[in-house]
Every structure is written in structure tokens, then in C-alpha cells.
Design a protein around this ligand. Sequence first.
Ligand SMILES: Nc1ncnc2c1ncn2[C@@H]1O[C@H](COP(=O)(O)OP(=O)(O)OP(=O)(O)O)[C@@H](O)[C@H]1O
Ligand SMILES: [Mg+2]
Length: 421
Amino acid sequence: MGTETRRSREDWDALWHEVTESFSPGAPVQERDLFAGRQDQLRTLVDTVHQRGRHAIVFGERGVGKTSLTNILGLMLRSPRREVVAVKVNADPGDSFHSLWRKVFKRMNYEVQRDGGPPVVRTFADDHPVELTPDDVQLELSNFGPGQVPLIVLDEFDRIEDERVTRLTADTIKALSDYSVNATVIVVGVARDVTDLIKGHESIARSLVQVRMPRMSQDELGQIIVSRYGKCGLTTTDEALWKMTFLARGIPYYAHLLGMHAARAAIGRESLHVARDDVRAAETAAVAELDASIKDAYFTAVRSQRGEETLFAPVLLACALARTDELGAFQQAAVTAPLARVLPGKNYAPTTFAFHMNAFCDAQRRRVLERFGEPRNQRYRFSDPLMPPFVVVKGLADGLISDDIAEVFENRRPLRLADRE
Ligand SMILES: Nc1ncnc2c1ncn2[C@@H]1O[C@H](COP(=O)(O)OP(=O)(O)OP(=O)(O)O)[C@@H](O)[C@H]1O
Ligand SMILES: [Mg+2]
């Protein structure tokens, strides 16, 4: 577009930085107006905080936006009438019940007035030097006045290795519920299914509101990109936006990564309009910049002995292109058509690539795929949801597939965006 006013090199550099700052592929969202979608989940959590004796569990795949959701919840609960005392902690693999709740109590403080002297700030943890029990937690949380409501978010709960912590936290939540304490606990963790997260403590499921975080819709991903472009004065085409949100496969991390790199490419050629070629440049940049753990797992999964040509990389690419159900699972048969497109004219029989798919389920190939289901109806899925978008974007960046092949297995439709510029 040639309509923009003349800008100096410094202006373009400043815009480049503005774009880089407004996208956050590496960090949860902290600002309300940059948070896309998730209205149902937010509403449920706000209701939970407002109801005595209710607590919640937020679960979903890695990277779908669980932490961002609880950040925005904290912002939404600000009210002049009631102060929400929000405390958020990340669980560590080695945490005990004591160390987990001590982290919470270290972040809750109060002032003590000493005769004549200045007030002294003490944390709740100062009052509990010895082993914390569920009863201590219940008592402390009951001590808040009616004008203050504690909200405790226990993030990364799935990382805790000791099952006793789950049981004692379950007991605590149950006691808070039974005594109708005006405090809300939100447990957050990576899990496909809520029972994975509470490991056999189904009794707490009754006092917990379950908030499932699905992958984001393509519309929501579009919103992530256009809201930031709008803020920076950038526009894009429907086609470019469709492609970025298609490639992201419901994972907001990729919408940030591709959206940011495409914008930088446009700015690099001194344009405020992000077009299809900028998305192409973003594919290469995204592959280069991607989280090292995903790249590492990919190269281990497809490596071949002594440099020989093997089918591992094309079969993994075909798996990433296979049509899946809403849980990301696909059958072996669904890989045939994409493989024929990736390697035209070869017509590999399923028995040939079955070997590769099974090998992907081994530890040696990082269990990049998981196999499950009855022997007659076996299905596969990528164990890391961040992997398939990488595999496809890499396939495009390396020229192994074209856009047409990447998209042929999906139906295209216009995106619905709330405030399209
Ligand atoms: N609603 C949203 N709008 C815009 N960006 C989002 C949204 N949700 C998540 N993101 C972005 O997606 C990425 C992952 O988000 P977040 O860290 O909140 O996910 P998570 O589910 O907590 O991940 P993990 O399982 O690794 O803890 C971040 O880059 C974040 O900025
Ligand atoms: Mg998180």
C-alpha cells in the first residue's frame, strides 16, 4: 500500500519495537485489551469467586492460555467495594503441602502497630514457622474481613510429584467449602482430563467448578493478531490472516509468533500492510526462533542412522497434516492421503509407514506420537500440541510442501472478528 505518510528509518525502527513488545510469544497475557476470547471461562471463574464455598480447577493442554486466563481474572475482579487479595504461585516438582502453601503465605501480609513505633509488615508465613496443615490454611483464610476476599491461584499444579500434596490440597479445599470460608482457590494445570490433575481425589471434583480450556478457535487467534496490529497501526489481508491462524492450529503461542514475525517483515520493507509474502518470511523466522525444546524433540524424532535418507521426516509431516478429531487424534489411514501429497508418485502402503508411526511412539524418538485405543481402532496423537504446527511450518519453510498442500485438508471460511480494523 503506497498511501502511508513518509516515515524515517527511526520511525520504522520504533514501530518494529512496538510490534515486538505488543506480541508476547514467550509470556502470558497481562492486559485485558490484548486478551482474546475465553469469555465463557472468564464468566465461570468470576461467578466462582463470587460464590462462597466454590473453588475451581482450570485444565487444558500445554500452552493454551491457562495462566493468561487467571491473570485477566485478577484484573476483572477489581472492585471498589471489595478488595480481592489475589495471590498466585507456581508449584514446583519438589513441593510439599507445606512449601506450596508457605509460598502463598509469604505473599500475604498485614501490618502490626507497635506502641508508638512505625507499623511493621509481617507475612502470614512469619506466623507459621513449622509444618503447615490444611487446618492452618483454613483458619488463616477465615480471618479475612468481609471487605477482603482472598483468591489463591495454584498454577502448574500438575508438576508436583508427591501425591500427598494433591490429597492434602483436596482436603483443604473441601474444608474451605464445608465451612463456607469466603476465599477461592483455583488449581491450574496441564491435563487433557480433569481426573489426571486430581489423581484419584474425585471427592474434591464436587466442590470444584471445572473449567476446561480448549484450543482457541481460528476466530480467536485472528483476534489476537488484529488487535495488536490495530494498536500498532498495521493492517493485513484476509488471506494472510487466514494463513497465520490456520497454521497456529488453535495454539495462541503460534499466533503470536507468526503475527509478530509477519509484521516485522512488513515493517522491514517499509509497509504498514502485512501481506502473504510477509507470512512466508514469518514461517522461516518462526522456525529459527522456536522454543529449543520443540526443535530438539523434532530432530530426535526424525533422525536417521548415518545420514541415510529415511521416511521419518515426511511421515511426521503427513501425521501433522492428517485430519484429526477435536481432541487431536487421528487414525493411521488418515496419514495415507497427506503422505501421497508430500511425496507424490510414491504411493506408500500403510504397512510401510506404520513402522515409522510406531517408532515415533518410542522413547528413542521422544514419544513424539502417542498411540491409544483398542487394537482394532488404534489412534495416534502428537504428545505435545506445540509439535504439529512446528512440523507444518517447517515443511513450508523448507519447501517440502506448498501452501496448497498444507491447506487442502481443511475447509476455508472467512474469519469472524469482533473489531476488525
Ligand atoms: N486469550 C489470549 N489472548 C491472547 N494471547 C493469549 C491468550 N491466551 C494465551 N495467549 C498467549 O499464548 C501463549 C501461552 O499462554 P499461557 O502461558 O497463558 O498458556 P498456559 O496454558 O498457561 O501454558 P503452560 O501450559 O505452558 O503453562 C502466550 O504467548 C500468551 O501470550
Ligand atoms: Mg501456564
